[in-house]
Design a protein around this ligand. Sequence first.
Ligand code: NAD
Length: 308
Amino acid sequence: PPQTVLISGCSSGIGLELAVHLAHDPRQRYQVVATMRDLGKKETLEVAAGEALGKTLTVAQLDVCSDDSVSQCLSHIQGEVDVLVNNAGVGLVGPLEGLSIAAMQSVFDTNFFGAVRLVKAVLPGMKRRHRGHIVVVSSVMGLQGVMFNDVYAASKFALEGFFESLAIQLLQFNICVSLVEPGPVTTDFEGKLLAQVSTAEFPGTDPDSLGYFRDLYLPASRELFRSVGQSPQEVAQAIVKVISSTRPPLRRQTNARYIPLTALKAVDPSGSLYVRTAHRLLFHWPRLLSLGLRCLACGCLPKRVRPG
Ligand code: NAD
């Protein structure tokens, strides 16, 4: 029988692509429950699903921030969830002083507690049946901090710690956990963030930090999306591989170009190699651009930014 795969956040981006990919599996191994908070946005998914709609793909309402919504959604599914994909997520960028605690809590509510809420709901069934797979769309920012993404990175680090801990217990129940860590992906995600910051004033922030944010970070970030960004299709394909793998990995980065950066922490467990390199990459990036930012793209660090 096909495996039931429940995915959160399927109205756009990676979730939408993943739902469509799995629903079109040539071997029809998956029955996809593609969920979204607002069913008013289901048309793009339904068009992309085509003939799979109503067969290997159904659309359902699910707000990961609501207990009621989660229990209602699960009660509608006959049988149980074999594969859960925690994909729903939101971003938050900007200088810390200008962001409200409420905005930060809302990022954790969606990115962290949203995933925890879903896992609590599906875990009893998975444990009873002694099988299951929990996939989490984390980020390279779940592995390394990035300037002006403090809270978003913290929410992804929280997921990494939570699911690594859970993975140990779940081995005993034959349930796998996989954290997927994309680098930049060209979805609505970045556009929504940029729209947010274009109107935000970040009250209480000193002029230097505001300048670094607007004149350094934002252009560098745009350039990074342009030069090394992946498509949501590529990321969806990587997740399909993780789901269909006989021995799913605990961690899988989708963008090979990021591996040299994330490896810096393993090379220097004190952390200063990563922090100093990230600092130099950002604060000297206009100069690096003239040296060819391609170096970041092809995975090697330019000599001048090699610390030491
Ligand atoms: P996206 O904005 O297209 O998708 C995120 C989806 O989550 C949206 O459909 C949104 O409606 C949904 N969502 C938000 N709050 C929700 C809630 N309370 N309940 C249910 N759904 C909710 O962006 P994306 O890039 O496809 O993001 C998917 C995941 O990938 C996120 O977890 C994001 O953190 C992660 N990610 C994105 C990037 C990137 O650069 N785009 C990089 C690394 C990781």
